[in-house]
Design a protein around this ligand. Structure first.
Ligand SMILES: Cc1cc2nc3c(=O)[nH]c(=O)nc-3n(C[C@H](O)[C@H](O)[C@H](O)COP(=O)(O)OP(=O)(O)OC[C@H]3O[C@@H](n4cnc5c(N)ncnc54)[C@H](O)[C@@H]3O)c2cc1C
Length: 157
């Protein structure tokens, strides 16, 4: 009845908000960072904006990519196809979107969701230390990729 994104987790939150509203309790409304999870093989998950949306809206961004096959954990589990992509605002370095497909994508997405929800930047992910060997390391690798590209752009502009 409510429409997009028609997922159980979002519906639960919509229900909680509706109950609060019905009972006159204070509420904050639905947040902007609702994760999408698609339980295919491989899993697909994303939160925030897409490259197409940002391009259409003329938002300056850079994409940082990490491939599971380049991570120790990716090699251990034999996932050679997984990819994590960060979309970063060129101006203030905030995360605008996170897109993952591969093993554990619907779990991994919550790291990006938490960083985005707190207004975090790619600088945080560049500096953060992640457990090794984990798939979560993909965040640091993608952040370094984005940062390297952004430094190149800054150098030439
Ligand atoms: C096959 C399938 C797989 C899915 N898998 C996933 C998944 O893996 N992950 C995920 O996040 N989402 C999944 N979804 C989507 C998710 O189940 C729905 O988005 C979510 O349940 C919607 O919640 P809701 O409370 O809005 O509606 P519903 O869960 O549909 O609840 C509506 C309720 O209203 C009742 N109702 C309807 N009309 C009336 C009436 N006139 N009077 C009284 N009661 C009425 C219905 O009986 C129902 O209990 C899946 C959906 C399907 C169909």
């Amino acid at each position: 009845m409510i429409g997009f994104p028609a997922l159980a987790a979002t519906s639960m939150e919509q229900g909680r908000i509706a109950a609060h509203h019905a009972c006159g309790e204070p509420l904050h409304g639905l947040g902007q960072t609702q994760p999408i999870g698609i339980y295919t093989i491989p899993e697909i998950s994303f939160v925030g904006r897409t490259e197409e949306e940002l391009t259409h809206e003329n938002v300056p961004f850079e994409a940082g990519i990490s491939r599971y096959r380049e991570l120790a954990r990716g090699q251990i589990i034999g996932d050679s196809y997984g990819v994590l992509k960060l979309l970063v605002n060129l101006d203030d370095h905030r995360l605008l979107g996170v897109h993952v497909f591969g093993t554990g994508a619907t779990e991994l997405i919550h790291i990006g969701q938490a960083v985005m929800g707190c207004g975090g930047t790619v600088d945080y992910l560049v500096d953060a230390v992640f457990n090794y060997p984990t798939l979560a390391e993909a965040y640091k690798v993608a952040a370094l990729d984005a940062m390297n590209k952004m430094r190149q752009i800054a150098k030439f502009s």
